[in-house]
Design a protein around this ligand. Structure first.
Ligand code: PNS
Length: 159
């Protein structure tokens, strides 16, 4: 199959994200993890830091690369012939937001197609926002994020 673009704010990347990336890498010949700006979210790491830490976390997956953009997702999609957008669905809660994002992207660019992969149940409750909250209060996030990401978080410190 063709190329997939997996966009997200990934602040930070969780084991749930890595699960989606790993599964997408088995379905598509190339997967580009696209670190993007979500204006609704306050971030812990810069776009460039997130790109670097994700590169470390996916280095064992040869057909996965990492890019970043501070622009519209569809503008990036337009530069990639026939690439589809991949998103992960954790639970019903995600559905409405993801459904609206898929529709707005196709509204902006008629060739923007989104496919959804369901997350593994063991990660269904994990989100970057909750990871940040647990980390902020000194909780143990080692089972929630890949070890490379944990190391970035520990170097940054929690407060
Ligand atoms: O991981 P997130 O924060 O749920 O991902 C949302 C993200 C970053 C994919 C979305 O906010 C996005 O596409 N941002 C880029 C700007 C854009 O294209 N916005 C319009 C579509 S929502």
């Amino acid at each position: 199959m063709s190329e997939a673009i997996y966009p997200g704010s990934f602040d930070p990347l969780t084991k749930g994200h890595l699960d989606i990336i790993t599964r997408a890498s088995k379905v598509f010949s190339v997967v580009t993890v696209l670190v993007s700006v979500n204006t609704a979210k306050k971030v812990m790491f810069s776009l460039d830091e997130r790109k670097q830490m994700i590169e470390e976390a996916v280095s064992h997956l040869p057909n996965v690369k990492v890019e970043s953009t501070d622009g519209l997702l569809v503008d990036y999609v337009k530069t990639k012939n026939n690439a589809v957008i991949v998103k992960g669905l954790r639970a019903l809660l995600d559905f409405e937001d993801e459904f609206r994002m898929a529709l707005i992207n196709r509204h902006l660019y008629e060739n923007a197609e989104t496919v959804f992969l369901t997350t593994s149940m063991e990660y269904a409750h994990i989100s970057s926002s909750l990871v940040k909250e647990v980390f902020y209060f000194g909780g143990d996030i080692s089972s929630m994020v890949p070890k490379e990401i944990l190391s970035w978080c520990n170097r940054r410190g929690n407060k």
